[in-house]
Design a protein around this ligand. Structure first.
Ligand SMILES: Nc1ncnc2c1ncn2[C@@H]1O[C@H](COP(=O)(O)OP(=O)(O)O)[C@@H](O)[C@H]1O
Ligand SMILES: [Mg+2]
Length: 276
């Protein structure tokens, strides 16, 4: 982790760097003023150093998406506790954050290039600059030859590559990804995980990655944060000390990978069946 932060082009040593994301005793109660409030997130604390890749895993309904939405400032109900992105409280439309969801959400009437440039367009990046950057990113995700194709001509995996290009083209220091490969078949998913790892190695963003796929979490992450069933609490924060660069496919035959898998599986089981 230290080496990684120190290797950032403009990076101060990690000891001196403020966290990129910080949650301290974050509690979220939906409908707090109504007759049946829902305690979704209960005193959650964790932080990410700049450039760290952290996965968030836990049973469905434990508050993972809620945490991402809170980080983006998209929720209008107010949480308790501390929540900061690059030292500031969340605010809607924060350009420091790029958000990627499971659905590819490409616009069908736009080409791959225009889709990859779309986020930048919303942020007011000049046309020439955004097209140059979008094309560069399309090449990085292996879609250089498909820039003028429409989404209907692309496979599901290619559409998610395009969405990755759009997300990274924004050049936001913080990426939030909510099960971005959740709807892909197993083989395509492995390929997209490699594409994401290559992008992350090249661009070194701070990433919060939500998944329910333990193998995916281990393969990609510096740490995996495990949450309990609702109300979501942190059960464990597990460092993934596998060397990088990693090959997602090769990891499947590494015994350390399987040890981590067993450890995380045990923690999830404990969080699902344990009392509240
Ligand atoms: N806008 C909302 N109003 C009320 N309850 C909500 C709202 N959004 C989420 N919840 C509840 O909060 C809990 C956590 O949801 P969510 O963050 O979507 O979980 P996850 O992403 O881990 O599956 C769930 O019980 C869900 O029903
Ligand atoms: Mg969710």
């Amino acid at each position: 982790m230290n080496d990684m932060a120190a290797a950032r082009p403009s990076g101060a040593p990690v000891a001196a760097a403020a966290p990129a994301i910080e949650l301290k005793d974050l509690t979220m109660r939906f409908g707090a003023d109504g007759p049946s409030p829902v305690l979704a997130v209960d005193r959650v604390s964790f932080s990410l150093a700049p450039g760290e890749f952290v996965s968030l895993i836990g049973p469905s309904g434990c508050g993972k998406t809620t945490i991402l939405n809170l980080l983006t400032g998209l929720l209008h109900e107010t949480p308790e506790g501390k929540l900061e992105v690059l030292g500031k409280p969340p605010r809607e439309g924060n350009p420091d954050i790029a958000y990627m969801l499971a659905r590819d959400s490409l616009l069908p009437w736009r080409t791959a290039l225009e889709n990859a440039a779309y986020g930048m367009e919303i942020r007011g990046v000049p046309k020439q600059e955004r097209e140059t950057r979008a094309l560069d990113l399309l090449k990085q995700v292996g879609l250089g030859d498909f820039a003028d194709k429409y989404p209907k001509a692309l496979s599901h995996g290619m559409r998610q590559r395009c969405a990755l290009a759009r997300t990274f083209a924004l050049d936001s220091p913080v990426l939030l990804m909510d099960e971005p490969f959740g709807a892909l078949d197993a083989q395509t998913k492995l390929t997209l995980e490699d594409v994401l790892m290559n992008l992350w190695s090249a661009h070194r963003k701070t990433v919060v990655f939500v998944t329910h796929d333990l193998a995916e979490a281990i393969a990609l992450s510096d740490r995996v944060v495990v949450m309990s069933a609702r109300p979501g609490r942190i059960i464990a924060d597990v460092p993934i000390d596998l060397p990088r660069p990693r090959s997602v496919r090769k990891l499947q035959s590494d015994h350390r990978f399987h040890d981590l898998y067993a450890q995380l599986w045990g923690l999830l089981e404990q969080g699902t069946t344990g009392d509240e």
